[in-house]
Design a protein around this ligand. Structure first.
Ligand SMILES: Cc1cc2nc3c(=O)[nH]c(=O)nc-3n(C[C@H](O)[C@H](O)[C@H](O)COP(=O)(O)OP(=O)(O)OC[C@H]3O[C@@H](n4cnc5c(N)ncnc54)[C@H](O)[C@@H]3O)c2cc1C
Length: 385
């Protein structure tokens, strides 16, 4: 059994934990990062080849300053690693004019004066020849939208954290933790016991287990993504085909342009397929593939010629789809981030900075009150009245 002392222990090294470990280590803190899974695993929420980043934030304009900070930090990370982590393609948010997608994106554009164009379906189809939208749909085009390469982003944060002297342990599951006083935490794994001044918990779909006592209403959804080879690849090249979000009668979908070797990828965003990290069904049914192919056939021209592959992943959902960033009510030296509700990746660089600040500075430079866990207590109080 080991017993070593650190400034901060970060539990869970996916998108959020890897970024947190990086920001802490870069600031000179002695960091231990622990993850139950192998270094490049596919069991959580941060694997796969692409994630959308966009600024015209339809989920709430309060997110805009945070995503703007994330853009800066992703660019900094690219400069520090010399790797391409973010590719700008533009983003189309498509739906009926009154839909939550289109009205939400426009509200963020208007509040923050973001560059955008409001396009009729015919204009989308003309400007971007891979689309064949029906005329009842409209779109908000934002030129700053694009693609993050998630596995490279996580690896970049982990490698740089280690370069700044963080100790990174994979395949070491945290079994329990305790905060005996406000200056100390004790974390136990199968390999040992570690002490630190502070603890950050970023365990993604496993957060419900690790934060069980807090009563945060988290659900985990199984999500399927499919890759298809397009019949007419030129229509889907990133310079011709922005990333997109589409709200139609079939539900909420998102997708990506053609990436080398990947084909075009899409997934459904709003299908409540409840699971846990232990029970998730990793087998994709042919009917699930067919459903996604039908979306390409309906809304895209020269789209899905052949199926390439599928993958399963997990969303950790809160009732209002907003994240939770907070401090443990019984242990002020423990902070956590969870409930990223299927739209967190783009923020990871900024969330890492925020959690690092919350942990070691006691406060963050971003406005995150709307992400506090106290909103659930208020809901519970209202329900009791
Ligand atoms: C299919 C799919 C598509 C998505 N598309 C987008 C998108 O386009 N844009 C976007 O912004 N977001 C998107 N998201 C959401 C985004 O990917 C997630 O919000 C984000 O990856 C969550 O990261 P995380 O660090 O919270 O979780 P994870 O990456 O799952 O990390 C949690 C880590 O905790 C570890 N862990 C758990 N329990 C323990 C323990 N007891 N001890 C030690 N370690 C532990 C796990 O091993 C894991 O590595 C998508 C998600 C999915 C699934």
């Amino acid at each position: 059994m080991t017993n070593q002392t650190y400034d901060v222990i970060v539990v869970g090294l996916g998108a959020m934990g890897s970024a947190t470990a990086y920001h802490l280590a870069r600031r000179g803190f002695k960091v231990l990062g622990l993850d139950a899974n192998a270094r490049r695993h596919k069991n959580g929420s941060s694997h796969g080849t692409s994630r959308i980043i966009r600024e015209a934030y339809l989920e709430g304009s309060d997110y805009v300053p945070i995503v703007q900070r994330a853009y800066e930090l992703w660019r900094d990370l690219e400069a520090e690693t010399g790797q391409e982590l973010l590719k700008i393609t533009g983003c189309l948010t498509i739906g009926e004019p009154e839909s939550a997608f289109v009205s939400g994106a426009l509200a963020s554009c208007q509040r923050f004066n973001l560059p955008h164009e409001y396009l009729e379906a015919a204009e989308v189809n003309r400007n971007f020849p891979g689309y064949t939208l029906p005329e009842n749909l409209q779109a908000v085009f934002e030129p700053n939208g694009g693609i993050l390469f998630p596995e490279q982003c996580v690896m970049a944060h982990l490698d740089l954290a280690a370069k700044y002297s963080a100790e990174i342990h994979h395949e070491e599951q945290v079994l329990r933790w305790d905060a005996p006083n406000h200056n100390e935490v004790v974390v136990e794994t199968a390999r040992g016991s570690y002490t630190a001044g502070r603890l950050v918990i970023t365990t993604g779909p496993w957060a419900g287990e690790m934060l069980a006592g807090l009563g945060i209403p988290l659900k985990v959804w199984r999500i399927v993504n499919c890759h298809f080879e397009p019949a007419e690849p030129a229509r889907f090249l990133p310079e011709n085909f922005p990333v997109y979000l589409l709200e139609g009668p079939e539900g909420e979908y998102y997708g990506f342009p053609l990436l080398p070797g990947e084909g075009i990828k899409l997934g459904r965003h709003d299908k409540e397929d409840l699971c846990t990290p232990r029970t998730i069904n990793r087998t994709v049914d042919p009917a699930e593939v067919q459903k996604l192919k039908e979306m390409v056939d309906k809304y895209m021209r020269g789209g899905a010629a052949s199926f390439k592959w599928s993958l399963t992943c997990m969303y950790t959902i809160t009732p209002d789809r907003n994240f939770v960033l907070d401090r443990h009510p019984g242990a002020p030296n423990v902070v956590y981030g969870c409930g990223f509700s299927g739209h967190g990746f783009k923020f990871a660089a900024a969330i890492g900075e925020i959690l690092a600040q919350m942990s070691v500075d006691g406060q963050t430079t971003q406005s995150i009150e709307f992400l506090s866990a106290s909103r659930f207590n208020k809901d519970a109080q209202l329900l009791q009245k």
